[in-house]
Structure formats: C-alpha cells, structure tokens
Design a protein around this ligand. Structure first.
Ligand SMILES: CC(C)(COP(=O)(O)OP(=O)(O)OC[C@H]1O[C@@H](n2cnc3c(N)ncnc32)[C@H](O)[C@@H]1OP(=O)(O)O)[C@@H](O)C(=O)NCCC(=O)NCCS
Length: 140
C-alpha cells in the first residue's frame, strides 16, 4: 500500500533532532510533492520515567486524509524503538475532538480530562490526555 508520508525521513529527522537538542520537530511530508505540510514535536521529555510529551499540527488544506495519524504512528514507533521511551503522551483541548481522533487512530488510549489545565487562543481550557506505554505495544 502506498505510504502518504515518508516514514524513513521521519526517522532520520527524529534521530538528528533528538541527538542534537534532546527534543525534535518532525516534518509531515507529502510523498507526491515532497512538501512539508505539518509537524510533530516532542515538547517535553521526562527522563526519570522515560516519557515524551508530543504535539502536532497540520495545514488545514491537507486535513481529512489521515496523514497525521500515519505520521504520528511513525514518530511513536521511533520514540519507543530508537529513543527508548517507556511512555508517549499527548493532550488536546476538550473542544477539539478531531485531534483526539488522530490520537485514537495512532493507537493511543484515553487517560482522562484535566480541568483548566491548558491555555490557548480560547483562553484557559480543559485538556484530554492520551498515551501509549511500552507494555501496550508488547500486548499487540
Ligand atoms: C488534528 C489534525 C492534525 C488532523 O489531522 P488529519 O491528518 O486531518 O487527521 P484525519 O484525517 O485522521 O482526521 C481526524 C479528524 O479530523 C476531522 N476532520 C478531518 N477532515 C476535516 C476537515 N476538512 N475539516 C474539519 N474537520 C476535519 C474529523 O473529525 C476526523 O475524524 P474522523 O476520521 O473520525 O471523521 C488537524 O486537525 C490539526 O492540525 N489541528 C490543529 C492542531 C491540533 O489540534 N493539535 C493537537 C494538539 S497536540
């Protein structure tokens, strides 16, 4: 099946960014054109528990093709298999359920909603948290 995003490039970018800065920003690249259409970032690492907190966004004109779930899966694979993480976590504004759909499609599990735990253009917002832990993957 044709890949929409280039997993090999995601791994390469991840590797370079992680080694150089301890965090990284990975381009989501459309294979037909090679154009970067979004990004996924590791925004925080907790070394004590092997946790990476990730965030992502993509240009609106490319929404709806499942590019982001595919790219997110590749980054999650990288974080477990190469960077040696034990837990990958992400959150979204409770009023932005489409972002939660991306997390679900990438195999992340809903953990709960923290009240007034985030801040964005809408002000202070409730955040829904999703995660994958290493043992989830071992069960698959
Ligand atoms: C989340 C985001 C990356 C979507 O990625 P994507 O590649 O379009 O993902 P999908 O194609 O799987 O679509 C996910 C959901 O978005 C919604 N969606 C898809 N296309 C859409 C469109 N054109 N307009 C509005 N919503 C749309 C749907 O609810 C879809 O879920 P469904 O497949 O169950 O119907 C994009 O919405 C985005 O950049 N959002 C802003 C940043 C953000 O929310 N970041 C999360 C914080 S970490």
């Amino acid at each position: 099946m044709r890949k929409q995003v280039t997993t090999a490039q995601i791994r390469q970018h991840s590797s370079n960014g992680y080694k150089e800065k301890g965090m990284n920003k990975v381009g989501t690249r459309q294979i037909e054109t090679g154009k970067i259409i979004g990004n996924i970032s590791v925004v925080q690492v907790r070394e004590d528990i092997g946790e990476a907190l990730i965030g992502y966004c993509m240009s609106r004109e490319y929404w709806g093709h499942e590019y982001m779930p595919e790219a997110l899966k590749a980054v999650i694979d990288y974080l477990f298999d190469v960077a040696g993480m034990n837990r990958v976590v992400a959150s979204h504004d409770v009023n932005n359920p489409k972002s939660g759909r991306v997390m679900q499609k990438a195999g992340m599990k809903y953990e709960g909603t923290l009240r007034q735990a985030g801040h964005n253009m809408q002000g202070i917002v409730d955040l829904c948290y999703y995660s994958v832990i290493k043992s989830d993957r071992e069960q698959q």
